[in-house]
Write a new protein. Structure first.
Length: 202
């Protein structure tokens, strides 16, 4: 059997804040490990599919809603007043005129992941996706806005998880360590194995 190609993916923390700490990407094969004796868990096609998906976990507690003008409001109870600016640095909102139907009702909110990714291999594509295998995220009032980029041609670009708000009466509540989103990696070699390497910002 031919040895599989190892593709190193550099990841870099793009925040200067010491706290909270970013949590490294985690393979779905680690999140949902295969169980010996389970035909489902040991299925090669399932293992292969999961090897391309990685969980991005929230580095902070999030409790945020939107007001009648679809502007962000609210903060977690445990956020100190002196850290409010740091907290809101994790969010961005697109102006209504660049959103669907040019409407504030479809205003796009972004949670900044404060991570950048790069690869020396050409045509490594990264797609940001919702955490669709984690049922604890299903009731979030969000409609994801999917994006994809080539991390060889566009290295260490800020990666955000973007979405439209589907229910303005509901807050998004995420505890530190819970899934925010997935990243999906693809390579021209379908058998390639991805390995993350944390990079020095210097």
């Amino acid at each position: 059997m031919a040895k599989k190609k190892i593709v190193k993916i550099g990841w870099l923390a793009l925040s200067e804040m010491n706290d909270p700490l970013l949590i490294p990407p985690e393979s779905l094969n680690k999140t949902f490990p295969a169980r010996a004796g389970s035909n489902y868990g040991m299925c090669p096609s399932i293992l292969d599919a999961k090897s391309q998906y990685f969980v991005i976990r929230s580095p902070i507690d999030i409790e945020v809603g939107i007001d009648k003008d679809y502007t962000l409001c609210g903060v977690p109870k445990n956020i100190e007043k002196g850290r409010l600016r740091d907290y809101f640095d994790f969010f961005a909102q697109m102006p209504p005129h660049v959103c669907r139907h040019n409407s504030k009702e479809y205003r796009i909110t972004q949670i900044k992941l404060w991570m950048g990714f790069a690869s020396d291999d050409k045509n490594v594509m990264l797609t940001v996706l919702p955490p669709f295998l984690h049922p604890e995220t299903y009731d979030r009032p969000t409609r994801p806005v999917i994006g994809r980029l080539n991390i060889h041609d566009w290295p260490y670009r800020h990666i955000n998880y973007a979405f439209e708000w589907t229910d303005p009466n509901k807050k998004i509540i995420v505890k530190r360590g819970e899934p925010l989103c997935y990243i999906h990696l693809t390579h021209p070699d379908p058998e390639a194995v991805f390995r993350f390497v944390e990079c020095d910002p210097a």
